[in-house]
Structures are given as C-alpha cells and as structure tokens.
Design a protein around this ligand. Structure first.
Ligand code: CA
Length: 378
C-alpha cells in the first residue's frame, strides 16, 4: 500500500477471535429480497397495487395509535418496553402506565457533588428538605436505589447546593408513621423551600476507602496490596482479558467491549484482592450474569460500559473494597485529575503481557457521560 492510499477500514474490536469462537457466530441466511419482491408482485394485478400500499400504511397507523405509540415524545416520558409516551406526571405516581412498569422505577436518586437526595414526583426531580427527616427514611432511600443498607445521612445548607437542585423541593410527610414509608415519592409534600434551611445528603455505600494508609506511587508502576482494593481481573477461560472495578459485593463495572461477543457467563471468572496475576490462590468468583449498555457501539466504542454479576458476594477486607460511582448529574469538568489502574502495558512496545497491577500518574480527565439507565440484560 502506498503512502497516499487510504487506510484500510478497521474491523470492530473483538475478543472472540482470540479464543477461536468465531464458529459460534450465528450467520442467518438472508433470502434474496429482490427475488421475493418480484415473485410477490408477479402474483398481484398492478391495478390493486396503490390500494394495497394505502391499505398497508393505514393499517400501520391504526396499529400505532391502538398501541398508544406516539412518534413525538418531547416533554413526555417514553416507556422502554413499548415505546409508548406517557405524561411526566404519570411517572412515579404509583400506577404502572408502561408495559413493564418501568415508569415506577428510579424514582429516587442522589445528585451532584454533595450527594443531595432527590425524589421524582409531580413531573420533576425535587430535592429533599431535612425537615422531619429520620434515619429510617434514609434506609428506605438507599433500598430504593438497590443498596442493602445505608451508611450515613446528613444535612446541607440549601445555599451550598448547586443552583439546579434548588428549583423544586419536597419534605417527608410527618403525618405518616415511619414504618409506613416504603417509597419516598409517595410520602412527601411539595415545598417551595425548606423550613429548616437544609436538605438531605445521603451515602449508601462505604466506597472508595483504603483501609491501610498506603502512599500512591506517582509516576511509578508497581502497586501494593490494598492500594486499589476495588480492582478486579476479569478472566475468560482462565486468561486475563480485562480489568474491572468492584462497586458492590456482587457487581463489577467494566467495559462493554470486553464482554460484547463473549456472552458466556460460565466461561468467566473474576479475581479480586490481588496485585500480581501470578498470585495464587486469590479469591475467585464465578459469574452469574452479564449486562451491557443497550446502546453500546462496537465500532466507535460508544457507551462502552457493562456490568458483571458475581455468583456469590465478595467479602470486603483490607484488600477488597468497592469503588464509588458518580452521583446523578455530578459534573467532572475537563482538567480534573484522575488515576488509572490496571494490568495494561507500562511502556510503549512492551513485548510481554504484564502480570503486575500498575497505576499511571494522575492524568487529565475528559468528561463523558454514560447513562446507566440504558444498561440492559444480555
Ligand atoms: Ca405511573
């Protein structure tokens, strides 16, 4: 190929070929569409053709209307299960309006850099005032977000909140007995402001903690035990393929391109609490389920995020701890410094796959967001 020749198109990244699994690929035999169309047309008199076309369009429109499908969903909530649009006021109102009831999911979240608690009700996300707030409400809020327990609940002065979280408020209903509060969005009153002047902040996971004070190695390579206790090694048929991060006792977050064409949970094992890939024995876990972002783009690696669920919970220890996930609408501006850890090569041109965990020096972070709500089971 000459210098001026265009570069060859790159094939999407795939681990499957490395393991000789290409034969597992399903290659449906598509019929010759033109031949089928010609055969159908030859059976129909031409004079009926316009009627058939108009009738087909009318049938499609009638079906769409009948199924409640609206093509313009602006200002409304689109059900993922049926493409139906519902009013925003129908979201989190206690009535399942979507086919799978997904309009009643994700009605509680923790937002911004201060982890302010918000509830979706009356068509908007509303920040929870600290008025009448009790610890058992915090346990409910964390349970609604999928956490088994809550760590701490605190208060924050309203004026210290990001401006976008100061538009709408709610407070917990003091008329309702605490044990009757099972879903916060059904147990609140709308407020124009917080009487106490404070809002609720919430921590549901004891994450990002190092139990041993181990100094980070700036510019160095090797990492010590307990330095990156959330780091996991994802191994396919016994071979390390990718890194991942522990976020709860049973969930690992990783890249979608690691699992995209290897949907075989039984072929994966996860090791946590190790620095060297040669460590043995390190806690090893089987995989129960793999979930990837429903809008992952393999060619451009867009939405490149996935989850793996362990068959059994990892036991937290000095060497095994969960990492923190960002809060909803938490901004990470360009220029923010961050660390990267993994078993990647530490030098250009490294000829052998590294076996020791390494961390790069802080590097500039480029903000990108990936909606976790689009993760879908494989
Ligand atoms: Ca509803």
């Amino acid at each position: 190929m000459g210098e001026n020749d265009p570069p060859a198109a790159e094939a999407p990244f795939s681990f499957r070929s490395l393991f000789g699994l290409d034969d597992l690929k399903i290659s449906p035999v598509a019929p010759d569409a033109d031949a089928v169309a010609a055969q159908i047309l030859s059976l129909l008199p031409l004079k009926f053709f316009p009627i058939i076309v108009i009738g087909t369009i009318a049938l499609i429109v009638a079906l769409a209307v009948g199924l409640g499908i609206h093509f313009d969903c602006s200002g409304k909530y689109r059900c993922r299960s049926s493409f139906k649009c519902i009013e925003m006021t129908a979201r989190c109102d206690g009535v399942s309006d979507c086919k799978d009831g997904e309009d009643e999911y994700r009605c509680v979240r923790v937002s911004g850099q201060n982890a302010a608690l918000q509830v979706f009700t009356a068509a908007a996300w509303r920040t929870m005032c600290a008025d009448d707030w009790k610890s058992h409400h915090a346990a409910v809020a964390c349970a609604q977000q999928g956490f088994p327990s809550y760590v701490s609940s605190d208060t924050l002065r309203v004026d210290l909140l990001e401006a976008r979280f100061r538009e709408h408020f709610v407070s917990i209903s003091h008329l309702l007995p605490g044990d009757k509060v099972t879903a916060l969005q059904h147990s609140v009153h709308l407020r124009e402001g917080c009487a106490s002047g404070h809002v609720v902040t919430l921590t549901c996971s004891a994450c990002g903690r190092r139990m041993r004070d181990s100094a980070r190695i700036v510019g160095g390579n090797a990492s010590s035990l307990a330095q990156w206790p959330w780091q996991a090694s994802l191994q396919f048929q016994g071979y390390h393929l990718c890194g991942g991060s522990l976020i709860t006792p049973v969930w690992i977050v990783t890249a979608a391109h690691c699992v995209y064409d290897l949907y075989l949970p039984k072929s994966w094992t996860i090791q946590v609490g190790l620095v060297s890939l040669l460590d043995s024995p390190a806690p090893s876990h089987l995989v129960e389920k793999i979930v990837r972002h429903s809008k992952y783009k393999p060619k451009r690696l867009g939405n490149d995020i996935a989850l793996m669920k362990l068959a059994g919970p990892a036991s937290f220890s000095e060497m095994i701890q969960p990492v923190c996930l960002p809060n909803s609408e938490e901004n990470f501006p360009d220029g923010k410094m961050c660390w990267t850890s993994g078993w990647g090569a530490t030098e250009d041109g490294a000829s052998r796959a590294p076996t020791s965990l390494a961390a790069t020096p802080p590097s500039t972070f480029r903000a990108r967001s990936t909606a976790s709500s689009n993760l879908s089971p494989l």
